[in-house]
Unconditional design. Structure first.
Length: 430
């Protein structure tokens, strides 16, 4: 309780310092929920940090690179496993706190996700050789990624159901439990046998599945065997826009790993993943924490003008404070990986910049999604454009600048997406 109160008090002081105004009740509730998520995800992050360091040191860059490829491929495949249905469930559940309405939405989202994930898992297994050739990876790596992606999709469905119900305390508890379980199973495997990149991936997959089952049991009163066709249609329509747009927020860094492997080596993928883990993954964690509370909160309000004003005020602080912090964190974290992972200060600086631009791009994407389907369509168009730009930049810059080229591609891509959304921000208050 003391730790939670201290975190909340700190957030309130930062708010009043930046915005030069007394905190309102609405903002105070937002920060209270944010505090729960910070604590839960903070515990999980600490445990996952230990997990990643141990895995990176034990496997070495070569084998760690294989694990990174599974993680990256699974991140892409998981988009097909949900088709954005769980995101749609957050949007519609958070708009109105009505038990029968929320029961229909959650039941429909569970039905849709289970059917969709089963279909695509079967499809990917049947054509595994074709898909593995497309990704330039072995069939074993691809099939492991399929298992990983299904389990992650189910975990995401359960966590997003809690998010739509504004049950931030439970989200925090289950996220912390996830961290404990992952580290506990790694310790168990290390005690009884030697681990491999496959073992590591299966440990995470199993824990995702376990959390899904626990949350499902926790919210069983919201789940019935009756599927509402009207809500199913709404979830699929909004979900398709959400899936095709939001996945690039986090997938682009993972796409870069795949592109690095295409032009360089598995050793380089391992090095890239170590830098990614020590910088951009930290920003992604903070982004996940923030969006978990921000998206359902923003979805409640049709007018986004006050939110835009606050985002504009905080933007300069993100660059001035965020880049040095990320740079220092990388210096500290990379030392834990060992001497095999060489220090490159320019690469560290580029990853720090990419983290800040990523967060701003993500923030505006979720603001547009909180407005509704019309603005979600705009993000879809941007998604196609951003994806093409990133692929072209990777093809051009990685052969010339190597790992730095991959990160510069990320920076330019996120920067373009952010500026594009800024040009249409008036649409959020119309």
């Amino acid at each position: 309780m003391t730790l939670s109160f201290s975190a909340l008090n700190f957030l309130e002081k930062v708010y009043e310092k930046i915005f030069k105004e007394k905190i309102t009740l609405t903002v105070k509730i937002f920060f209270q929920n944010l505090t729960y998520i910070i604590l839960g995800y903070g515990v999980a992050a600490t445990l996952i940090f230990i997990f990643q360091i141990l895995v990176g040191r034990i496997l070495g860059p070569q084998e760690y690179g294989k694990y990174a490829l599974i993680d990256s491929t699974a991140a892409f495949l998981s988009i097909f496993m949900t088709l954005g249905v769980s995101t749609a469930a957050i949007k519609y559940n958070s708009e109105k706190e009505d038990y029968l309405r929320q029961q229909k939405i959650i039941s429909s989202s569970y039905f849709a996700t289970l059917i969709i994930s089963s279909f695509f898992a079967f499809l990917f297994f049947i054509f595994s050789n074709l898909f593995s050739e497309t990704f330039s990876i072995s069939p074993l790596v691809f099939l492991t990624a399929v298992i990983f992606s299904v389990c992650y999709a189910l975990y995401l469905l359960a966590m997003d159901s809690l998010s739509g119900l504004h049950q931030m305390k439970r989200i925090a508890l289950f996220r912390a439990l996830y961290g404990f379980l992952v580290l506990a199973f790694l310790a168990l495997f290390l005690f009884f046998s030697h681990i491999s990149f496959i073992t590591v991936s299966l440990i995470i997959s199993f824990v995702y599945l376990a959390i899904f089952l626990l949350i499902t049991a926790n919210i069983r009163n919201y789940i019935s065997f009756k599927v509402d066709k009207a809500w199913l249609k709404n979830l699929l329509e909004y979900g398709l826009y959400a899936a095709s747009g939001s996945f690039l927020i986090v997938f682009l860094p993972n796409l870069s790993k795949i592109m690095v492997f295409k032009f360089l080596t598995l050793f380089d993928v391992g090095i890239y993943n170590a830098y990614y883990f020590s910088s951009l993954s930290i920003v992604i964690l903070f982004n996940t924490i923030f969006i978990t509370v921000f998206f359902p909160t923003a979805s409640k309000y049709s007018q986004k003008s006050l939110i835009l004003i606050k985002v504009k005020k905080v933007t300069p602080h993100l660059f001035v404070i965020g880049i040095p912090i990320l740079f220092i964190i990388q210096i500290l974290v990379l030392k834990f990986f060992g001497k095999q992972y060489l220090i490159d200060y320019w690469l560290m600086f580029l990853f720090a910049v990419s983290g800040i631009v990523f967060f701003l791009y993500s923030l505006y994407v979720w603001l547009f999604y909180s407005k509704g389907i019309a603005q979600a369509r705009r993000v879809v168009f941007l998604t196609i454009l951003v994806f093409v730009i990133n692929v072209l930049l990777n093809f051009y810059l990685i052969p010339i600048l190597f790992l730095r080229g991959a990160v510069i591609s990320l920076i330019l891509t996120y920067l373009f997406g952010w500026i594009y959304l800024l040009c249409f921000k008036r649409k959020l208050i119309d």
